[in-house]
Design a binder for this molecule. Structure first.
Ligand code: FES
Length: 177
């Protein structure tokens, strides 16, 4: 065996070692186990599907497995229309983008102020439209809703439209979704 082939074998062995399963396993092994020592009380971390919280125990600060908290969807107030775009007794439709999602909304100016509903029919989800004064009709199977309250006037839908909080100020209409 000459010197060049020995160097080649050493180089190949080194590369094989670097990418061997044992090295890969070592880097992907769980970092935290319940009972391991932690440093900051109350700190949370997730390891794979497990969530741990740094908790004070008789042995000091230790990681303790806890149930992961689900994040609540965030709601935000979004400007939808200029006030002048919604006349008394009429409805208008709009798309509201909130939390990265688009919502089809129908708004009605009532005697008590502006109200807003999700346009999705509660029967099978088609988008409702204003059909006559104070009525919203679904084009798919004919359900009719009250445009001021969202209540069902005529089936097959059985539930009222989903309502969103709506406010009006400074010449603009806002919906919270
Ligand atoms: S989807 Fe609206 S009535 Fe069926």
């Amino acid at each position: 065996m000459n010197r060049r082939s020995v160097i080649g074998m050493l180089a190949t062995g080194f590369v094989a070692f670097l990418f061997s399963p044992s090295v890969a396993d070592a880097t992907s092994a769980p970092v935290i186990r319940a009972g391991d020592t932690c440093k900051k009380l109350g700190r949370r971390t997730t390891d794979g599907s497990k969530t741990f919280e740094c908790t004070k125990t008789g042995a000091g600060l230790q990681w303790k497995r806890v149930k992961a908290t689900t994040t609540q969807p965030t709601t935000s107030e979004v400007k939808v229309l200029d006030s002048s775009a919604l006349v008394a007794g009429r409805s208008a439709t709009a798309i509201v983008t909130s939390g990265g999602r688009n919502f089809a909304v129908v708004l009605t100016r009532t005697a008590g102020g502006v109200v807003a509903f999700n346009r999705s029919c509660t029967h099978q989800g088609s988008l409702v439209n204003q059909s006559s004064v104070n009525e919203l009709t679904c084009p798919s199977h004919g359900a009719v809703f009250n445009a001021s309250t969202g209540a069902v006037i005529e089936g097959p839908a059985a539930r009222a439209l989903t309502q969103y909080p709506a406010t009006e100020r400074g010449g603009s209409i806002y919906v919270t979704i």
